[in-house]
Structure formats: structure tokens, C-alpha cells
Design a protein. Structure first.
Length: 116
């Protein structure tokens, strides 16, 4: 009998690494706001703020580091976060902290600003 090669194996994460980092309710709450950069209320997305301290290659930051951005501003921020902040005169990390602190769902996330 001839052996048939199997397709590539799916990689399934256990979810343990994401404990305290993911909250669909918090992300939905963040999407309920206008764009932090341009004020648009159309096509709002929950954007993760990426800094060296909270993300690495192929790693998504905690949902505690999220802000509301429209689709266009979100795409622009991915082309260079610091350039985006300077051009739009926004501090994404400060906004993410404000979103986290005011979120009714913050208890579902680990507090990355504890002690600061």
C-alpha cells in the first residue's frame, strides 16, 4: 500500500499564554469609540499599540494595550507607529492606558501599569 503524505499539521495553542491578555468584551468596548486619531466613526477597529516592552516578533500585545482607530488610521499606524503618532499628534500608549483604566472589563485583563 502506498503512503499518502498528510497535509501540514495545524498548530493549536493551549491558551495558557494568553491568560490575562485577551478580553473580547474589552475589545468590543474599545470599538464603541470614535477614531482616536481622526475622529471618524466609520469602520472602527481595535488596534494594539506595539512597543518593545509589550510585543516581540509575531507576538500580539495584551488587549490592555488597545485603542480605537478607523481602518485607514489603523493601517497607517502599522506602517510606522512613531511616525503616525507625530503626524496625528497622539500618544497611543497614553490613550491605551486611559482605555484600560476606564474599561468596565479591565478586571478580565492583567494590569500592565500596576506600580507605575
Amino acid at each position: 500500500m502506498r503512503r499518502v503524505p498528510l497535509p501540514p499539521r495545524r498548530i493549536v495553542k493551549s491558551g495558557k499564554a494568553d491568560t490575562g491578555k485577551r478580553s473580547p468584551a474589552h475589545r468590543a468596548w474599545v470599538r464603541g469609540f470614535a477614531c482616536c486619531a481622526c475622529g471618524s466613526t466609520a469602520n472602527i477597529e481595535c488596534a494594539h499599540v506595539r512597543r518593545a516592552a509589550n510585543a516581540g516578533t509575531s507576538m500580539k500585545p495584551s488587549d490592555a494595550y488597545t485603542v480605537s482607530l478607523c481602518r485607514d488610521c489603523h493601517a497607517e499606524s502599522h506602517r510606522g507607529e512613531q511616525t503616525f503618532e507625530q503626524a496625528r499628534k497622539v500618544d497611543l500608549m497614553a490613550l491605551a492606558r486611559s482605555f484600560f483604566e476606564q474599561s468596565p472589563h479591565r478586571s478580565k485583563l492583567d494590569n500592565p501599569w500596576r506600580g507605575q
